[in-house]
Write a protein of this length. Sequence first.
Length: 416
Amino acid sequence: MANPKTSTVLTVILAAVLALVMGLYVQLNGEYSAAVSRYEALYEDYSQLQSRYGELERSYSRLAEDYDQLRGRYEDLKKDYEDLRYRYGELRQRYLNLSLKLNSTLVELKELNYVYGLLERNYSRVRAELDRLRAEYGDLARRYTSLSRDYETLSASLERAKALIDELSSLVDLAWPLYDEELITGGFNLAYLSPSSRDLYPFYEWLSDIGWYDAYVSVLNSTLKVPYRVGVLFAECGVENAFYSAEYRAIIMCYDLARRFYGLFVDGAGLSEEDVAEAVLGSLDFVFFHELAHALIDIYDLPITGREEDAADQFATLILLEAERVDALIYTSLWFLLEGDRYLSDLYEIPFWDEHSLEPQRYYNIVCWIYGSDPGSYEWIADALGLPGERAGRCSDEYGQFYESWNVLIAPYVVG
């Protein structure tokens, strides 16, 4: 029969041993859990790096140094992991087989859950990226279509321009005998060439009969010192435009452009016949003085800063304001407004590459300069034509600046 005292001692010893074992178990279990957590964190970093590998491969050369640093960090962490695993292996020997199997199963389950979540998140990101790429592809396809149309338009315009340049020489040579013989040695020389197209003939008759540009040319010749003859030629061009040719020393005003103005003001603005005639003539006046500015810049080799097309617009506005032709400028701004409406349907049609400012910009420029020339008298025009206050506050300075500039540039060449 066992001694009660001995049994008690054994019980106490067993209890102490059990408590020690349990304490070690709890401690080891905590360390194991911490090791597992660190392992999962490291595994998560590694998995994320692996998932991004395909994306980073294109920029591998640039990120190689960063990768090497991450690789070094990974190797350090891997060493730490191996040390922990070694310690964990030592501690595992002291676990019961049942606990080992249970914990191992739980770890595998957590890993599977993590991998599933990672795959699910990656799928959502890939899906979103695919949708973005599809939208971007659609946008690029539309831009490609627009650029293709622009290229075809530019190619056709270039071919027309080449043909027009070839034709200009013969037109100018044909026109010289028609000029005023008294001015053949210098000055502006005006001629009207009869068009071959029947629908342009009324514009030829109208412009040659009213004597409007004869008066302009007469004033120019009495005002400016011109070292050689400069043609002012009204002709059929085959394009709706106007030109100054430095090579042929001629301003070419196209009946085709007058026809364009007529259709634009009738169909686009619904003006009466009387108002249409004034609108066409006012817009042609602006174009004439715009091309005259190009001619003066070439003839006198004037130093122009900024875009020459903007300077030519400023000169035409200045001349018409000095001649009290505000009506012509209002009709010109209406022309730019109507031409700008075609961009509203497709922004890709806007010719951002062109040397001219966009038609809506030229519209607001003219309204601004009218107002800036005399804010007290022309405030009603700024209000009626929608000039924003943010721009209106600078218009007087803008007008004053180019008024002084053009006067300084032209002054040495004025007669008397």
